[in-house]
Design a protein around this ligand. Structure first.
Ligand code: DGL
Length: 271
């Protein structure tokens, strides 16, 4: 048993969808979450800038005595995972590999779609992982840059004409390619599950990145005998790089739980 917390980080508050999955899949674990709300979004930035930010995020988290780190951010996972793993002695779990394994387990026609930020699609990380796991898989990727700002502005519900119009346009090429499985490769997209499912239709299975990395982490900790006491309910500490109150309000939507007065602001540039 290992009662040390797990560090989780994201470019902002989107990674809270991963926190929600961790609460469900690893309820006994303590978590330390960092959201880089001062510098979000990462998804349109260069690889060098994303790596620089990610290194600072990891350095901040390592000021706690952690047993593992989860990169909730799709953009950091696709661009910087190997470098961060090489630089840090702790186990670091990203979202790409576990999500691809799951997608290949559910696809019947081996045509897999992936939607994510520009940086993630540009990295080719999902395509590379899918082909590494199954050379016959056909992969269709599409960046959806308007999804993140729309979700952050609360425009993610079924019946919202703006998000539904944008989703139809982004997803049309994936439908035309006949994918039967679609990877939601960005932290914010699980909130769009209803809208995306309506556009793609019932024959397409949606695979959410955050959930798969939580299962992967559980496997890893279990294999090493380092799960926390599963009979308790773990605690989560929240840290952000910009206004805590704004984060708390949005976080309550993402987590579907009231987290007012729980977040602390830190200066990430000094980490
Ligand atoms: N967290 C990012 C991701 O999952 C989305 C937001 C951003 O662009 O920073 O790719």
């Amino acid at each position: 048993m290992d009662m040390r917390p797990i560090g989780v980080f994201d470019s902002g508050l989107g990674g809270l969808t991963a926190v929600r999955s961790l609460w469900r899949i690893l309820p006994g674990e303590d978590l330390v979450y960092f959201g880089d709300t001062a510098r979000v979004p990462y998804g349109g930035r260069s690889r060098e800038t994303i790596l620089q930010y990610a290194r600072q995020d990891v350095r901040f988290l390592r000021s706690f005595d952690l047993k593992a780190i989860v990169i909730a951010c799709g953009t950091v996972s696709t661009t910087s995972l190997e470098t961060l793993q090489a630089e840090c002695p702790l186990p670091i779990v990203g979202v790409v590999e576990p999500t691809c394994r799951r997608a290949l387990a559910v696809t019947k026609n081996k045509r897999v779609g992936i939607i994510a930020t520009r940086a993630s699609i540009r990295s080719g990380a999902y395509e590379a992982a899918l082909h590494r796991l199954d050379r016959e898989a056909a992969v269709v990727g599409r960046s959806c840059p308007l999804f993140v700002p729309l979700v952050e502005n609360g425009r993610f519900r079924r019946g919202d004409v703006v998000i539904e119009t944008v989703a139809r346009e982004y997803l049309a090429p994936l439908k035309e390619e006949g994918v039967d499985t679609l990877i939601l490769g960005c932290t914010h997209y699980p909130l769009l599950e209803g809208v995306i499912a309506d556009v793609m239709g019932p024959e397409v299975t949606l695979v959410s990145a955050g959930e798969e990395s939580a299962f992967e982490l559980k496997r890893l900790l279990k294999a090493d005998g380092r799960l926390a006491d599963e009979s308790r309910r773990g605690r989560t500490e929240f840290y952000v790089s910009d206004q805590a109150e704004e984060f708390e309000q949005a976080a309550s939507i993402f987590l579907q739980e009231d987290v007012r007065h729980t977040a602390r602001r830190i200066d990430i540039e000094r980490c």
